[in-house]
Structures are given as C-alpha cells and as structure tokens.
Design a protein around this ligand. Structure first.
Ligand code: R5P
Length: 284
C-alpha cells in the first residue's frame, strides 16, 4: 500500500503512512499563473492499493483531489482509496431554497467516479454517505482521539454545544471516564449564538466543550461565557474540523483555557491526529 499526500492534508497523510507501515509519497502540486492546478506523482509506476489523502476544501484542493485520482489510475494503481478528512460543501446537503444545487451530492458524484473506497472523518450529515452508490464509504469518528489527547488535562465534564452533538461528547467522555451533557444553542446570526442556561453543575469543574466544526467560533465563545457564569474552573474546547474563519482563532484564544482540534484541517492548534482511527478504517 502507498499513501499519497495531497497539499491540503500532508501532515495527516504522513501520520497515516506511519500507522499503516506504508510508503509515503508527497504529491507535487503548484498553481499555474492563470490559476489552474498542476499535480504530479513522481513515480514510474504504481500497483496494488493506493491511498490518497486530500481535503475536498477549499475549491482548488477539490480540483487537486480529482487530478490526483486520475494520476494514480494513470500510473497503474489497482485499487484507489480516497481519505477526505474535511469534506467540502457538506453543509449544503439540502436545497434550502428553490433553484439551489445539492452541492454535497455534486461533490460525492465527482469523487466516486474514480475511487473504490472513500474514508471521511466526522461527516456533517451521515445522509451524505447514502449518496455514495459506486464507491464504498466509511465515516471515522475523531472523538476517541480527542479523548486520548485530553487525558492529561484533568477534564471532569464533557459538554456538547447542542443536543445534536451529544453522541460525540459521549464518545469523548467515555474515553476520559467522566460525565457528559449538552447545552441549548440558539443561532441568532451567522456569527452570534445564544446559550440557554441549563441545569448543569459546572461549578469548580474542568469542562471540555466538543463540537464537529469551529467556524467563526461564535458557538464556543457563547458556551464558554455561559460556563464561566456557572462557575466553571477551566473551560477547554476541541473540535474535529477547525475552519477558524477570519480572526476566530485569536478570539477563541482569549476565551478558552485550552483549544485543540484534529488534523483534518491544518492550523497551529491541529494537535490531535486522527490517523489511528483512519488506519483502523482502512485495514478493517
Ligand atoms: C453546527 O451544526 C456545527 O456543529 C457547529 O456548531 C458550527 O458549525 C459552529 O460554527 P461557529 O464556530 O461559527 O459558531
């Protein structure tokens, strides 16, 4: 097995190759002066199973993924697995308004044209997996890796910022052997969120908030403020996909005592490698 790292996901790809005891090859990529993407795998030939690790976000990385898929088939790969740590357009998983595209399905259809298997990480809506009709698909959870990472931080309560994220909080809390619960979130605007006080005993506790995505940071900031009001001693935050749009990262650092996210998107706080869980899914 050979692991190819695309330019969006080379840290995770290197970790994965190590976990799988596989050879690692970094794809060569560049952007032409007109904005088009160039990609090349510097090998004479490939055989057997090839694993490409590359986000389908932002747009140019999605194009790179499609080009890498074609490049590995062209070199003789016999089976192609695409690991897509952060799946772009997953939040446009419905036609919310008349005339809109079903963007997540468009992405699925293009990717599965040249893959035998696709491995995703904490896909925003599991329904997206049903659209993979030609390639096999698996969704890997980052929660166990998040739990392992926070073992040294003395967490005594794990919270989800809304009820929908409760399962994820539970998986992390089980790794840590602590309680879990959720907050009640109401979205006021794209960046503002209100957390309704709930009967949570946070007093003097070291609380870890876990979410799948941090985008503007509004959710985590509102949850942190509420938990501090409830008397939490320490508030930490973790997520799988740290998008950190605009100045979200700097703003979050002012509010939380510790912030870490998985390495599905690369940033200064992507300290939690999901490679062990991705490797398990590939070998399964
Ligand atoms: C929502 O469905 C997600 O789970 C996150 O809670 C959300 O994307 C976070 O966004 P933001 O950081 O902008 O509050």
């Amino acid at each position: 097995m050979i692991v190819i790292g695309g330019s969006a996901s080379s840290n995770l790809a290197k970790d994965l190759a190590q976990q799988l005891n596989a050879e690692y090859v970094q794809a060569v990529t560049k952007t032409f002066p007109d904005g088009e993407t160039y990609a090349r795998i510097e090998r004479e030939a490939l055989s057997g199973e090839v694993v490409i690790v590359q986000n389908s976000y932002p747009n140019e990385k999605f194009v790179e993924l499609l080009l890498l898929q074609d490049a590995v088939w062209g070199l003789g790969a016999e089976k192609v697995t695409c690991v897509i740590p952060y799946f772009g357009y997953a939040r446009q998983d419905e036609r919310f308004n008349r005339g809109e595209p079903l963007s997540a399905k468009v992405m699925v259809e293009h990717i599965q044209m040249s893959a035998d298997r696709v491995v995703l990480v904490d896909i925003h809506n599991p329904r997206i997996m049903d659209w993979f009709t030609k390639a096999k698909v698996k969704d890997v959870h980052a929660a166990p890796c998040v739990g392992d990472f926070f073992k040294e931080y003395g967490v005594d309560l794990v919270l989800a910022p809304d009820e929908g994220a409760l399962k994820r909080a539970g998986w992390t809390a089980e790794k840590l052997g602590v309680d879990w619960d959720y907050l009640i979130k109401t979205r006021l605007s794209g960046t503002r969120v209100h957390m309704t006080p709930k009967n949570i005993d946070a007093k003097d506790r070291k609380v870890l908030i876990v979410d799948d995505i941090i985008s503007t940071g509004g959710t985590i900031v509102a949850a942190t403020e509420e938990l501090k009001r409830l008397g939490a001693r320490t508030v930490m935050a973790a997520c799988t996909h740290g998008l950190f749009v605009g100045n979200a990262l700097d703003n979050l650092k002012k509010h939380v005592d510790k912030l870490a996210c998985a390495n599905t998107l690369e940033s200064e706080v992507s300290q939690i490698s999901v490679a062990p869980e991705v490797a398990k899914a590939i070998l399964d």
